[in-house]
Design a protein around this ligand. Sequence first.
Ligand code: ZN
Length: 257
Amino acid sequence: MPELIDTVRQLLALNRIDLVRYELQTEIEQTPRRLAALADELTERQSERSLQESASSDAAAALRAGEESLAKMEKRRERAQQRIPMLKTSDQVAATQREIEAIGQDVDGLELELLEQMEGLEQLNARLANAQRAADDTKAALEDGEKAWEVRSPVALAEMEELDAERAPLAGELRSDFLRRYQLAWRQRGKTNSTGVTTVQGRICDTCNTEVSARWLQESRDYVALHSCQSCKRLLLFDPDAPSRSREPEEEPISPQ
Ligand SMILES: [Zn+2]
């Protein structure tokens, strides 16, 4: 029997476990981070809502003050009109009529201004409603996420413990230099996905698209040597138990399995 066939089986089993561990680890690390980011977002949305709230109430107060000024102007105009029949001279009448006219112009101006303020207030109130909705939605998402993680995190941690227990004897049985090479492959991150093992199409590494030495591939297929892709460092392993291990057309005949 080729000497490394069991080693290859062990490395493949280890890699299967480590792929699941990696996903689990990512979940365990990322979920609290995602929830913390959501909590920050909620704080931001709540302060945005408070800003909109004070903008709306300031605008409403300004509108009320404007309406009070308008009422006072109307009263002044009324009093001036009531004064006219009691005036003695035509000069006095003319002066009062000029006063009435001036008040009328002020009233017209203020009325236009108040209309604009009313429109502005409506826009501010619409923005406030949006800010309120955004804050409510974020709060609901955070609460849902926290509740789900409360249920999920003990399960994920237990799964991780199980995998660790499954992994330990496998890693313990491997020759330390093989284990080191396998671990080196896992440490190669960057553009390629995280795994310790790669497959090939013809002579091209599936992980990094680099051409691999034909001799190395042959030795790997024969389970007589352990090789890694030169570029991505993933181990070049061929599963001895894969049911449909078809021969590549350019492949040389290999020793019987
Ligand atoms: Zn590669």
